[in-house]
Design a protein around this ligand. Structure first.
Ligand SMILES: [Cu+2]
Length: 123
């Protein structure tokens, strides 16, 4: 019984160590100066998600971009020495989507397929 308790303790310690190892990359990323910003967009579906994430990936200074379709929130990891929140917001607008209280670029919005328009029902 005592040896089982020891095994359990060892297993828990190992789990704790691996959890620590997993958080290490996030700390390293912060050390390189990456920042995160979130925009509330007008995206409606997975096509919007793919379009926005691809568009942001081509944007200078962007490390990663993820859209959560249910909440329409776009999370962008970026390098503040390469770009700015204003530039990133403009990139969202020029892809055809609203960003927070700013309305999408009309031309870009017009090029979106009907299913990606703000009037489209969730699908
Ligand atoms: Cu869409």
């Amino acid at each position: 019984m005592k040896s089982f308790a020891f095994f359990l303790f060892t297993a828990l310690s190992a789990a704790g160590l691996s959890a620590q190892a997993q958080t290490a990359p996030a700390i390293a990323q912060a050390a390189t100066g990456t920042q995160t910003v979130q925009f509330k967009t007008s995206a409606v579906c997975d096509m919007c998600k793919a379009r926005l994430e691809k568009s942001m990936a081509y944007e200078k200074g962007v490390q990663s971009a993820t859209l959560d379709v249910p909440t329409k929130v776009l999370t962008v990891n970026y390098r503040p020495d390469k770009t700015s929140v204003a530039a990133l917001r403009t990139a969202v607008l020029k892809t055809g989507y609203d960003a927070d209280d700013q309305t999408a670029d009309a031309h870009a919005y017009g090029r979106l397929p009907d299913c990606c328009k703000k009037t489209a029902a969730a699908h």
